[in-house]
Design a protein around this ligand. Structure first.
Ligand code: F6R
Length: 244
């Protein structure tokens, strides 16, 4: 794992943006794996500002809620459109279809999309419980795209985006751990003290399905970009860290 520790969210966004812009330059017809949530917001802002040439780029997203209309501002379709797709030209944009009546079929469809578009660079955030995409603790490392019931802690973390507690979706379609690990390279971003336990477990803990992000220790091209607060529980001396 390459670990880059930065001072604040602005630097974090810049570092991750540089990695993405480099991939786009190297592979103008490449596939970018996108994430949603709070962590990538600054990165997408830089993409809107700097407008790298994305016209040949295909995007595939990690996940989508089940039964949330794409026109619903809380859906990840809506989020991606607002943050990125409406602002830059892409070759194609894919997200799992959480509105398909048969969710299992939607998962199989999405695996076919991923097979046809192998990811060159996957952007990831991390949950406070060390989930990646919506692969909650206990998810098999062999999982491909699947339906998942969100844990109470993830629903609480997402509560801020919804008006009422009962509006927070209970299920999502998510790329599996195996689907994510197929990406040629991965950049994971995290900021804030709330993520410090997850970051420590991911980098320094044992590789176990109880800590989904720990599987990234086995990937041969992962860059972790974290701010000092998210990195604060790691034993820095043990690690080969770049202080940005
Ligand atoms: C989003 C996703 C999630 C988030 C994670 C962190 O597509 O897959 O794994 O990356 O929940 O969310 P934030 O960035 O909002 O703290």
């Amino acid at each position: 794992m390459n670990i880059i520790v930065v001072k604040n969210e602005q630097e974090l966004a810049q570092k991750a943006y540089d990695i993405i812009a480099n991939m786009i330059e190297q592979k103008p017809n490449g596939v970018l794996g996108c994430a949603t949530g709070g962590s990538p917001v600054g990165i997408y802002e830089l993409m809107r500002k700097n407008k790298p040439n994305t016209s040949g780029i295909t995007t595939v997203n990690l996940d989508e809620y089940i039964n949330l209309d794409f026109a619903n501002p809380k859906s990840y379709h809506y989020y991606m459109n607002e943050e990125l797709f409406a602002h830059l030209p892409f070759k194609a944009n894919y997200l799992p279809n959480g509105m398909k009546e048969n969710a299992e079929e939607a998962c199989a469809d999405y695996e076919k999309v991923l097979e046809a578009h192998p990811v060159d660079l996957q952007l990831l955030g991390i949950g406070e419980n060390a989930h990646i995409a919506f692969n909650e603790p206990g998810t098999s490392f062999e999982s491909t795209t699947h339906v998942i019931e969100l844990t109470e802690s993830t629903r609480q973390a997402n509560r801020r985006y919804f008006e009422r507690e009962e509006d927070v979706p209970t299920h999502a379609i998510t790329m599996g751990i195996k689907s994510i690990m197929r990406a040629k390279s991965i950049v994971l971003v995290a900021s804030g003290e709330k993520k410090a336990d997850a970051i420590k477990a991911m980098i320094e803990g044992e590789i176990t399905e109880e800590c989904p992000a720990s599987i990234l220790q086995k990937h041969n091209d992962v860059t972790i970009v974290v701010d000092e607060a998210a990195f604060s529980k790691c034993e820095k001396s043990k690690l080969d860290v770049v202080m940005a």
